[in-house]
Write a protein that binds this ligand. Sequence first.
Ligand code: AMP
Length: 395
Amino acid sequence: MKTLKDFNFKNKKALVRVDFNVPLDAEFNVTDATRIQAAKPTIDAILADGGSVILMSHLGRPKGKEEKYSLKHIVPKVSEILGKEVKFAADCRGEIAQDAANNLQAGEILLLENLRFYAEEEAGDVEFAEELAWLGDIYVNDAFGTAHRAHASTTIIAQFFPDAKCFGKLLAAEIESLNKVLKDSKKPVTAVLGGSKVSSKITVIENILDKIDNLIIGGGMTFTFIKAQGGKIGDSICEDDKQELALEILKIAKEKGVKVLLPVDVVAANAFSKDAETQVVPVNEIPDGWQGLDAGPKSLAEIKKVILESKTILWNGPLGVFEMEKFANGTIELGNYISEATQNGAFSLVGGGDSVAAVKQFNLENQMSYVSTGGGAMLEMLEGKSLPGIAAILD
Ligand code: AMP
């Protein structure tokens, strides 16, 4: 796996694909700069090595050249975070981009205009990718959020750098952290899968069953399993057409010697509302008119025991409707257990969608070994898929 360390960037132009798809307010101020922060170590390392940096990214989903999606809006923020002037090329291809790249000196940073101003980007157009490739000497992919897309700048471009392509620090860290969970993991390995639906997690479960010792199932997908086992789930969320699949998963897990932990009790509510009445009931005896919206205390006690015994922990999906305070306790507690296990030496990876939001909301981000930045990309890696953006560098 080639990384920045494998290259000498002195007097070289690094063409770096970053994910600067950041949220902007009505005045075009960046409201969350996490993704820019995340790219800083890569940019700093290349500059420190004596190179220059050409940054390319997409922003939003423009239809052609739409001013409001111009990356010029984020130049001040990028500059502030990097602590350096950032030049801007008002086009990512053609004369404007080439002149700007040609004039770039060692130690300087250039940001190219939105790649998605050209449909060729998402189409994975080879000629467009080649035009981008002319701009730099070494191609660096540091955009995990788009690594599962075979776009021109994330994948196709790599073929024009057969001996000069590598992962940036962020992308390398994402891959390494996932390998620590799925490949070189310390046992026991525990996966916590929550969230709303079985259907969106099924491929993940199937792929990881070979690699884990414990599977903790929580959140809304619990009830498809419980109903399939003959339990009464009241009005809880359930995918009836996935019941057989749920039983099949339990069977396969048993065959593989994976211990499955389903909730034994839940916090049930008489409405899907922050003001609902609540009661704790056994998970398989939820009265009609009530729905399970969070893990109950007995379930949490069991989860805590398993988590604290684990050496490797993967967490994907909340244990309850954490967006409402009344149903956030299970998710917060789980975060605390993982935090404790991590302090005791376990490796913990949080990734793939809403659990990252939960971890941030409850200030648990720094308590985890690694919090992934790419929702969809992380899920696809957990599903065992080869991501085109990663494969293109490994080729
Ligand atoms: P996902 O995107 O599949 O990870 O699902 C995350 C969503 O699942 C969050 O918005 C939670 O509010 C929701 N969720 C978690 N537990 C439940 C539950 N028991 N009933 C309904 N929704 C839930």
